[in-house]
Design a protein around this ligand. Structure first.
Ligand SMILES: O=C(O)c1ccc(O)c(O)c1
Ligand SMILES: [Mg+2]
Length: 616
């Protein structure tokens, strides 16, 4: 099916938007009136530009406040429409979107609305265009897709059809089952947008918070599948009003948008009946290779400079890691305890940050092909003659993501000269439990979709915290078997200059089967542990009435505690190492799937206190 994007989704001038849409591989665009008005090119020149870029002009929009008005206003509306229809033709668009009226003059009269839409269809046909009628969720009288559909049927004109917009339909939580029954020849256009669940005025929700499919909470695959089942043949067109995307680099936003469509199409194909050589499946481009089953983390790589490298290495040693390998050609050290592997990479000049991580999977080549199909930017790599050919891609936050099969004969471990063994876990660490990846404000939704789609992860936890320097949102994504857990943090609002630029330091979180054994071992080895304020433990006592012995042990070892039913979570942290990373050690009981998020504000303040005091 054709893939289209509304120019309103992207930042910049119309020329910027068209170039970005074409660059990301879209087949067509919806041209928004405001983008046209502000453009120095004539409509014919815009049509030419689109043709040169390989873009069809799928739709011109919006034409507002037309139907169900007194006769005199109706005549003026038709005159207005004639101008727009002529303009659409000059742009090369054969469809004009008409959204349901919000005008005070509009009356609640279906017969009148249908008659006037029919007259509009007649006029459109004279201009060689069609009218796609869309119910705005906040229209004066027409707010539901069912009512817009009834009016289209009642207008009964070949140039009058329906535009379905997933936001307007799904934001109202109405019934969508009937969509499959709507006559295909009157389904003129399909606009797709996701959104987070929000309790707010629907117009504000729509104009500021729409997201690309897969980034919000709506069931876009369920919705789209129904429209396709009805026989819709037009383009899948993204129409996303979003304050962050409006100021994002358009090329990058367009790629994010295209990734969302590829993933949506994949989900629709998967939902199609098992006889999948159905027309449905064949209407789409080849889907990407399936998401690999992640087995966990092969390694995490910290980028360090000389000074932070020394500090991180000292901390790794104190937390019981062994330095067991040296890269053959680069200043990269391999540290390991249990199945937790940490690389220290001193090729750059970073003051300690997560530069990369590797996902362990049985099919790294398939994972890399999927990443490429999902437009993940491949990272260039220099490698020595005998070194493993590791593919890596750049996540939106700049983190390099590798795909690895550690046990393979030609695997990445062969790049290291091994000089020791990880031995039995000296402080009880068994593996990497999760990574906490702080996201730049502008990259949060893009990053969620990126990580989810590459590895087949789903969000399982979303929280908003009042942190010391402002609101922080935290979203965990994980695979169905919970082998790969990523915790994405970002700020809810763009930060001011008082707050630290990074909302929350990145963290590498190690799993232990016995937090107090680990805590004692860390103490014996002189590992630095973050001090937790006494007030925190007083509050724990008040809230949870913990066993006094347990509470005393938590207090003594600076261990945070969380509980979900009977399932418990214990965690303690190092101070910040270098400028923006820390280690955390966690024990989770089998039924606990959270991240101790309620403790995060206390932890952030404690990090700040320790960091300011250490740096003077
Ligand atoms: O917010 C609006 O006005 C508006 C305009 C056109 C659309 O297609 C839409 O979904 C919303
Ligand atoms: Mg719309």
């Amino acid at each position: 099916m054709r893939r289209s994007i509304a120019t309103v989704c992207l930042s910049g001038t119309l020329e910027d938007k068209l170039a970005a849409a074409a660059g990301a591989g879209f087949d067509g665009v919806e041209i928004f009136e405001n983008d046209l008005l502000a453009c120095p090119l004539t409509p014919e020149e815009i049509a030419g530009r689109c043709a040169d870029l390989g873009l069809a002009v799928e739709l011109y929009q919006p034409f507002r406040d037309f139907e169900a008005v007194p006769e005199e206003l109706h005549r003026r509306n038709l005159r207005r429409a004639a101008h727009k229809f002529a303009l659409a033709r000059r742009l090369g668009a054969d469809t004009v979107l008409v959204c349901s009226s919000v005008a005070p003059e509009a009356v609640d009269d279906d017969a009148l609305a249908a008659a006037q839409l029919r007259a509009l269809g007649e006029l459109a046909a004279e201009h060689g265009v069609r009218v796609a009628y869309e119910a705005l969720a906040w229209g004066k009288h027409v707010r539901t897709w069912e009512r817009s559909a009834e009016l289209v049927l009642r207008a009964d004109h070949p140039a009058v059809g329906l535009c379905l917009d997933s936001f307007h339909v799904l934001s109202r939580g109405g019934d969508i089952a009937g969509i499959t029954e709507f006559p295909a020849e009157k389904l003129f256009f399909l606009q797709l947008a996701d959104a987070p669940h929000m309790r707010m005025d629907v117009l504000q929700w729509s104009r500021h918070h729409r997201l690309f499919p897969g980034q919000g909470a709506f069931d876009l695959a369920g919705f789209t599948s129904r429209v396709l089942a009805a026989g819709y043949e037009g383009p899948l067109s993204l129409e996303v009003f979003n304050d962050v995307f409006r100021q994002a680099p358009p090329g990058r936003a367009a790629v994010d948008a295209m990734r969302s469509l590829i993933v949506l199409e994949e989900a629709c194909v998967r939902r199609a009946p098992a006889t999948a050589d159905t027309a449905e499946a064949r209407r789409f481009a080849e889907p990407p290779p399936p998401a690999p089953a992640p087995e966990g983390f092969a390694f995490v790589e910290l980028a360090v400079d000389a000074e932070s490298g020394t500090e991180v290495a000292r901390t790794l040693a104190a937390t019981g890691f062994a330095h067991i390998g040296q890269h053959r050609s680069k200043p990269v050290e391999l540290w390991q305890q249990g199945d937790a592997r940490v690389l220290l990479n001193a090729t750059g000049s970073s003051r300690a940050a997560i530069g990369a991580f590797a996902v362990e999977t049985g099919d790294p080549e398939g994972a890399a092909r999927r990443a490429t199909a999902l437009l993940a930017p491949a990272l260039p790599r220099t490698r020595g003659a005998a070194e493993a050919d590791l593919t890596s891609v750049a996540a939106p936050d700049g983190t390099a993501v590798f795909f690895c099969r550690t046990g393979a004969a030609d695997g990445w471990l062969g790049d290291f000269i091994l000089s020791g063994s990880p031995g039995p876990g000296r402080t009880g660490i068994t593996a990497i439990d999760h990574l906490g990846l702080a996201q730049p404000f502008d990259a949060f939704d893009e990053a969620t979709l990126f990580y989810r789609s590459l590895f087949g992860l789903a969000p399982e936890h979303d929280a908003e915290l009042a942190a010391p320097f402002g609101l922080v949102r935290s979203r965990a994504v994980t695979d169905p078997r919970r082998r790969l857990r990523l915790l994405l943090d970002g700020t809810v609002l763009r930060r001011g200059s008082w707050a630290p630029a990074v909302p929350d330091p990145q963290h590498v979180v190690f799993a232990t089967g016995d937090i107090f054994r680990t805590a004692r071992a860390l103490r014996e080895r002189g590992a630095p542990v973050l001090d937790v304020p006494a007030n925190y433990y007083d509050d724990l006592d008040a809230r949870l009435a913990l066993d006094p012995g347990l509470l005393a042990a938590l207090r003594e070892h600076n261990v945070f505690y969380d509980r979900d039913g009977d399932a418990e979570y214990f965690h303690l942290c190092t101070p910040i190492l270098g400028s923006r990373v820390f280690f955390e050690f966690v024990q989770r009981s089998p039924g606990y799937h959270g991240y101790g998020t309620a403790n995060a504000p206390v932890r952030m303040a404690a990090h700040r206190a320790a960091h300011s005091c250490a740096r003077g």
